[in-house]
Design a protein around this ligand. Structure first.
Ligand code: F6R
Length: 240
């Protein structure tokens, strides 16, 4: 694991954007795994700026997102589909057909989860996976207790995640209680991983991820077993 300590959210976002930008311009074909949430927002903003200023063609880039809420259609402003278009896809010249997120309103969700893993496999796997981390050390929506071998699956969100995500909704009752999420096995198959964490609220999760026991009770601890993980964080007193 590699650790980059930065001063603040802005520096974290800029460093991450540069890494992704370099990957994009230095590849003939690239599969990017993308995250949503507050953490990567500014990274997407910087990345879109860099790509547009340099007139980078993105037809060789494919994206697969980590997760989507069950019950929210892509037109729903709270959906991750909507977030990604608003914050990134619509701002750059990526062909929309190259961008994939789970379908949270699929009639057969089990079939959708299988199809999502097949789709990732058919793309040749994820080259670079961007991750955030939850306060309970979840990655994607893999809550404590999720099997390390899991593929894409339907998840019951924990109370702590529902509360954390309530800030994006008018009232807590509006927060979906289920999501479709890439599994920990899916994430571990990525060739390289870039995890971003900002703010003291993520300190315990980072400590447990880096130094704790590798256990399904701490989903992010599985990353200790991945050979190419870079963490960028502004959280103080985090060491390898
Ligand atoms: C989002 C995702 C989640 C978030 C995590 C942190 O696609 O997979 O694991 O990365 O919940 O969320 P924020 O960044 O809002 O603190």
């Amino acid at each position: 694991m590699e650790l980059s300590k930065v001063k603040n959210y802005d520096e974290m976002s800029m460093e991450a954007a540069k890494i992704v930008f370099e990957k994009i311009v230095n590849s003939n074909r690239l599969v990017l795994g993308l995250a949503t949430g507050s953490t990567p927002e500014k990274m997407y903003e910087y990345l879109a700026d860099m790509l547009n200023k340099n007139k980078v063609d993105l037809s060789h880039v494919y994206t697969v997102n980590l997760d989507e809420y069950v019950g929210l259609s892509p037109e729903d402003t709270q959906s991750y589909n909507y977030y990604m278009r608003e914050i990134f896809f619509d701002k750059v010249n990526i062909p929309l057909e190259n961008t994939k997120l789970p379908d949270g309103v699929a009639e057969d969700l089990d079939r959708e989860t299988e199809a999502y893993d097949e789709m990732i496999e058919n793309l040749g796997g994820v080259d670079l996976q961007i991750l955030g981390i939850g306060r309970n050390a979840h990655i994607a929506f893999n809550e404590p207790g999720t099997s390390f071998d899991s593929g894409t699956h339907v998840v019951d969100l924990t109370e702590s995640t529902i509360q954390d995500n309530a800030r994006f909704f008018e009232k807590i009752e509006d927060v979906p209680t289920k999501a479709v999420s890439m599994g920990l096995g899916t994430i571990m198959n990525a060739k390289s991983i870039l995890l971003l964490a900002s703010g003291e609220g993520k300190k315990q999760a980072l400590q447990d991820m880096i130094h704790g026991k590798v256990t399904e009770e701490v989903p992010a601890s599985i990353l200790q077993r991945h050979h190419d993980v870079k963490v960028i964080t502004d959280v103080e007193d985090i060491k390898l």
